[in-house]
Design a protein around this ligand. Structure first.
Ligand SMILES: [Zn+2]
Ligand SMILES: [Zn+2]
Length: 469
């Protein structure tokens, strides 16, 4: 077998890997994710070239999706446009979320034509195959080509990755004279993240392709980070200013709501927390929150206990959801003139588009406002610029407009939906049969190198390489 990468090798976005069952790639192959490039990783040509499917798809028998983040699924429309007509395997929750994500991506990046979008979504729906976690399924294999290869069957299994709802790492078994197990980590969740249980290591992997987003960092612990969030918000709103939290619509937004509900419930006599408005300004996030509620069976035991106590972690009294664009503009006006603390959660998570842009343009110049980063900011995104230059009194360019940053800028790293270095090391350490080959992807250079060092120390026998396009 061999593994090729069509993204997420020079950074964290554009995830798209190809597993060929034989060395020449001439027979059957599978695509793992098909994501969009973002930020500096578009290398200045965010347009057509980055979206093209510039590799041969004729041998691909199926697409397998680890989770619904746009940098893992955003190129699916282009894949289908390139003629891809094979099954798309995903967990049940991912299968439910995928049409929403793709519809949004089409509306933003491709077309507003309703009939076209409907036709495309119908096509997508016809390809999606929902699969339960922990269940082996046989993948289509092209056996009509005459070949002398060892592989006679390929199976896959999704295991919970604890990253966002529906997220999975994938085990592939290439079965022939010998069995070779290839594990693709997708994005792995951090330990003690709210709502979803952290991932358990696979029993076995012969070859492991693993993300390294935080391969060189360790997160602040859960307790510390909840406390930090509470203190920081209290400090930020002491001047009655607004707190802006850029967040992915799927995952981060729901985790934050969960944390805020918890803080509100535990601080019944705290005036700030009993009065604060928590505004989710994103129709997408609202739809995803609905899916999180539908798939409550996938929540971790702590979250289920909260529900059993009669609380509603994702649907509480002080939570306001903004839908229409008109209401969005009205909220910005209202917040400009109000005298009451408010937290706004909106996409995009890296400030590269979405409704968050209007908030930033309006409030970044205000000393009473604060921006709180809780997620990874890719190199070259406005989010990274605000995070880097904001605390030094710098500026950021949003939609070609220079905006001087007067607002307070803060980062809490613990809320990352990604495993940290210790988690990534433990993922391998806790396997019974350890890999002989590890391929590191999905990270900045420093993160990949640091993680590679850790794995080499842990497994001197293992071949550890950094994935190249
Ligand atoms: Zn992700
Ligand atoms: Zn990712």
């Amino acid at each position: 077998m061999r593994i090729l990468h069509h993204g997420a090798v020079n950074g964290v976005t554009g995830s798209c890997h190809q597993l060929d069952v034989n060395e020449s790639g001439a027979i059957s192959s599978y695509l793992i994710d098909c994501g969009l490039f973002q930020g500096a990783e578009t290398a200045g040509n965010a347009s057509a070239k980055q979206l093209q499917i510039d590799f041969d798809i004729s041998t691909i028998q199926a697409l397998v999706v680890t989770h619904c983040h746009i940098d893992h699924v955003g190129r699916i429309p282009y894949l289908i446009a390139a003629g891809f007509d094979k099954p798309i395997y995903a967990t049940e929750a991912t299968a439910a979320l995928l049409p929403l994500v793709i519809e949004d991506a089409l509306k933003i990046g491709v077309t507003r034509d309703k009939a076209l979008i409907a036709a495309f979504l119908a096509k997508l729906a016809s390809l999606i195959v929902p699969v339960k976690y922990h269940q082996w399924i046989a993948l289509p294999l092209n056996l009509t080509v005459k070949h002398k290869q060892d592989v006679s069957a390929v199976k896959l299994k999704f295991k919970p990755a604890g990253h966002i709802l529906g997220s999975a790492y994938i085990e592939f078994d290439l079965i022939g004279k010998a069995k070779h197990r290839v594990v693709f980590s997708g994005d792995l969740g951090a330990t003690y993240a709210p709502l979803l249980a952290s991932p358990r290591s696979p029993y076995r992997a012969d070859t492991l392709v693993i993300e390294s987003t935080y391969g060189d960092k360790n997160h602040q612990g859960r307790k510390h980070r909840s406390k930090l969030l509470k203190q920081l918000i209290e400090k930020c709103v002491a001047d009655k200013g607004v707190v802006l939290i850029p967040a992915f619509s799927i995952g981060r937004t729901q985790e934050l709501l969960y944390e805020f509900e918890q803080i509100i419930a535990k601080n019944q006599h705290n005036a700030i927390w009993q009065q604060i408005d928590i505004i989710v300004d994103s129709p997408m996030a609202a739809k995803f929150t609905q899916k999180y509620l539908e798939f409550q069976a996938l929540w971790d035991s702590e979250a289920k206990r909260v529900v059993n106590k009669g609380r509603h972690p994702l649907d509480f009294e002080q939570l306001y959801t903004i839908d229409s664009h008109q209401d969005h503009l009205a909220v910005i006006n209202y917040l400009s003139s109000r005298n009451k603390p408010a937290i706004v959660i909106a996409a995009s998570g890296m400030c590269s588009g979405g409704r968050m842009m209007n908030y930033l343009k309006r409030f970044l110049t205000e000393p009473t406002a604060d921006v709180l980063f809780v997620g990874y900011q890719a190199n070259g995104t406005p989010g990274r610029d605000i995070q880097t230059y904001g605390p030094k009194g710098g500026y950021v360019v949003l939609d070609e407009e220079r905006i001087d940053i007067k607002a307070g800028i803060h980062t809490i790293s613990g809320y990352s939906a990604h495993a940290d270095q210790t988690n990534l090391v433990n993922f391998v350490k806790r396997m019974h049969h350890k890999p002989k080959h590890i391929r590191i992807v999905h990270g900045d250079e420093d993160a990949k190198l640091a993680l590679a060092d850790k794995y080499r120390q842990l497994l001197p026998e293992c071949e550890v390489v950094i994935g190249k396009a």
